[in-house]
Write a protein that binds this ligand. Structure first.
Ligand code: MTE
Length: 334
């Protein structure tokens, strides 16, 4: 997922010819890492070289009732993997950076502004938002665009609960999620890898789908900072980057909103980004994935030695969500 940002390519202070484009540098580095490990694979993070992580400290308990409708038989990914193998570029681009640096994120006080084309715009205090609807535990399969996956017991409620309360106007066709971008708390904001703040979006019918989870916790506890505290989206049928972390604004708009990864590389990261084994990323196949934590006894080589599993259309949630895309060309609208 590491790619040059538009700013980097523009090379505001450096001539483009004087720098190695970041993606070239990154893919060279990745190749070197893979060669060092004596294995092949397209999407591995250098993090695998030093997975010997400390057990993660646990957060405050967050009570929620398991919703059986979303229970799956696959084994949840161990807590320590869920909380140390992360993408949260505001804290750095290495998989281990969020766990290492997100301690500086202050999650109270925190407000979320729900605004734009709604009849009842409102700035919610996070503790009010948390109590807006009964919290449920839902075990979701998560698939990152980089080729790894996890199974995570999240805690939250359907985003539709919030949407109903703010009463979208007829002109509201999309929902945009804007996340915190504070240089003082987030060391990665200084890097031009993405245009900050991180922004994501959904079509209104996607946002209203019961699977779309406004998420406050995982594994029976409040979200660890590195997983997007105090509130994030979780969209299990889409690649992980659609699930924005540490949200401060939810905006209802009439046009498809700009989204960070699409702005950075439109040919690689589409607006929809539904998990689709038939549409390859331009630089790697999406047909298979490796489940983090399934690398039994490998001494900590995270994604590298986990067996490959077939990636399922819509990440296995096709029965629930495929109808949202009826009649659409999903190769074009990737
Ligand atoms: N949200 C913000 N604000 N910043 C990010 O860098 N990374 C995304 C997504 N949400 C990201 C973000 C990506 S690429 C993925 S795969 C998921 O968060 C990872 O979530 P996890 O670390 O909890 O597994």
């Amino acid at each position: 997922m590491l790619i040059p940002s538009p700013k980097w390519l523009r090379g505001d202070d450096i001539a483009a010819s004087e720098i190695t484009p970041r993606h070239v540098f990154e893919s060279r580095r990745r190749l070197m890492m893979m060669a060092a490990a004596g294995a092949a694979g397209a999407t591995l993070s250098p993090w695998f070289m030093r997975r010997a992580h400390a057990a993660q400290a646990h957060g405050a308990k967050l009570a929620a009732k398991l919703n059986q409708a979303y229970a799956i038989s696959e084994k949840p990914t161990p807590y320590d993997d869920v909380t140390t193998y992360n993408n949260f570029y505001e804290f750095g681009t290495d998989k281990s950076d969020p766990a290492r640096y997100a301690g500086t994120l202050r999650t109270r006080p925190w407000q979320v502004s729900v605004e734009g084309l709604v009849k009842q715009p409102k700035v919610y205090d996070i503790d009010e938002l948390l109590k807006l609807a009964p919290l449920e535990e839902r075990v979701y399969r998560m698939r990152c665009v980089e080729g790894w996956s996890m199974v995570i017991p999240w805690i939250g409620y359907s985003l539709s609960e919030l949407i109903k309360r703010v009463e979208p106007q007829p002109g509201a066709k999309f929902v945009q999620f804007i996340t915190l971008a504070d240089k003082k708390q987030m060391p990665g904001i200084g890097s031009p890898v993405l245009d900050w703040p991180y922004s994501e979006g959904l079509r209104m019918d996607e946002a209203m789908h019961p699977l779309a989870l406004l998420t406050f916790g995982l594994y029976g506890e409040v979200l660890p900072n590195q997983n997007g505290a105090p509130v994030r989206m979780v969209l299990p049928w889409k690649y992980g980057f659609k699930s924005a972390k540490s949200i401060v604004k939810i905006r209802f708009v009439d046009k498809q909103p700009p989204t960070s990864w699409n702005l950075a590389a439109a040919n690689e990261y589409g607006f929809y980004s539904n998990v689709n084994p038939d549409v390859d990323h331009p630089r790697w196949s999406q047909a298979t994935e490796r489940r983090i934590g399934e690398d039994k006894g490998s001494g900590g080589f995270a994604a590298l030695f986990a067996p490959k599993r077939k990636t399922l259309p819509f990440n296995g949630y096709g029965q629930q969500v495929a109808s949202l895309y009826a009649g659409m060309d999903l190769k074009k609208n990737f």
